[in-house]
Design a protein around this ligand. Structure first.
Ligand code: SF4
Length: 347
């Protein structure tokens, strides 16, 4: 059973004042917390990190000058539900539903809203767009969460997309491993397998805290990896959830031990209603610097910002390159001091 209102939630958790005073107003995200998520929350800890991710608070209601669409997805929607913002890739929003709604969701203008599932006609138009735009090499199948669709709907969706362009790398984007790992039944996995021809599928997960990688979640991800689908993690840096280097280090290694590559650590987007969960950029840069010292290259996610007003993605890191003097680059060591590196010369 999922919890969808404060009254039900109050029977399970002792609600804090800021939680009691949350109201669903304007273009805001509904509340939905799945059983699996409830079971991960420590009711005795009012500052439990998983609680912070899913239990809404009145801080979401504070009016801000931030945007509901900072990535300019709406103006880059080229066919119904198909966002084509970067030349070589696109995102297809196949549903507005998720198994649970993360309070930091950057797409809250759409998620949990009335759009519902992609229609046959919209899917046909998206497929036609992909056929015409050969420059597109990757498509993110997202929403919402694609796995809220039924087996039959997913079969139709994947069949139609593969039929349109078998050479596209489709990224399967989901948080269902955490919210509803039981969704990944043998019959669903058979459907995925059926469509594994042509370019590969990539699995894009979102685990923000090491505790989210529990046995059920790991088992469900493993089913994809065992079929030959590589798994990547896109975490979001969140205040009170994972904004300390010990937690980030543990998350990175827990992911890697479970064959999931830590891929991105996102700086929160400037989305209306999410400011209270956003970590400061100053702290984020310090965390990135410290994490880089502690983990190997494969365990290090790219700390990344999606620039406001649709400016695109940039990697955020300490500036290690000091400059070029007398044919030698001076480069800061992440540990101590600096080193010289000669500029290539033809002489
Ligand atoms: S699962 Fe993804 S789309 Fe759904 S609420 Fe969370 S961040 Fe948003």
């Amino acid at each position: 059973m999922s919890i969808s209102n404060l009254e039900e939630l109050g029977k399970i958790l002792s609600l804090k004042e800021e939680e009691k005073n949350w109201t669903e107003t304007g273009p805001s995200l509904s509340m939905l917390i799945s059983d699996n998520i409830i079971s991960l929350i420590n009711p005795a800890d009012p500052d439990d990190p998983i609680r912070k991710e899913f239990v809404p608070t009145m801080y979401e209601n504070i009016e801000s000058k931030e945007s509901i669409d900072p990535l300019k997805e709406v103006e880059n929607t080229k066919s119904a539900r198909l966002i084509h913002r970067y030349n070589n890739r696109a995102a297809l929003l196949v549903t507005s539903r998720c198994f649970a709604y993360c309070r930091h969701c950057f797409r809250r203008r759409f998620t949990s809203g009335d759009d519902g599932k992609i229609t046959r006609d919209e899917l046909e138009k998206a497929a036609e767009y992909l056929r015409r735009h050969k420059e597109i090499r990757e498509v993110l199948i997202t929403g919402g969460d694609m796995f809220t669709l039924s087996d039959m709907e997913l079969d139709i969706l994947l069949g139609k997309l593969k039929q349109a362009r078998e050479d596209i790398i489709y990224r399967l984007c989901t948080r269902a491993f955490l919210a509803n790992p039981e969704r990944f039944t043998p019959s669903l996995m058979e459907i995925i397998k059926k469509h594994m021809h042509g370019a590969p599928f990539l699995l894009m997960c979102q685990f923000n805290h090491p505790r989210e990688l529990n046995e059920k979640a790991v088992k469900a991800v493993s089913a994809f990896i065992d079929m030959g689908i590589p798994a990547f993690n896109q975490a979001v840096l969140l205040e009170g959830v994972n904004d300390d280097v010990d937690t980030l280090e543990e998350l990175s290694y827990k992911l890697l031990y479970n064959r999931i590559k830590p891929y991105y650590l996102f700086q929160g987007d400037l989305v209306d209603g999410t400011a209270h969960l956003r970590c400061s950029l100053k702290k984020g840069l310090e965390l990135e610097k410290e994490l880089r010292k502690r983990v190997s290259g494969v365990a290090m996610p790219q700390y990344t910002m999606d620039l406001p007003e649709g400016g695109g993605k940039v990697i955020l890191t300490e500036n290690y390159v000091i400059g070029l003097t007398d044919g030698k680059w001076q480069i800061k060591s992440p540990f101590q001091g600096k080193r010289d590196y000669p500029e290539k010369s033809i002489n």
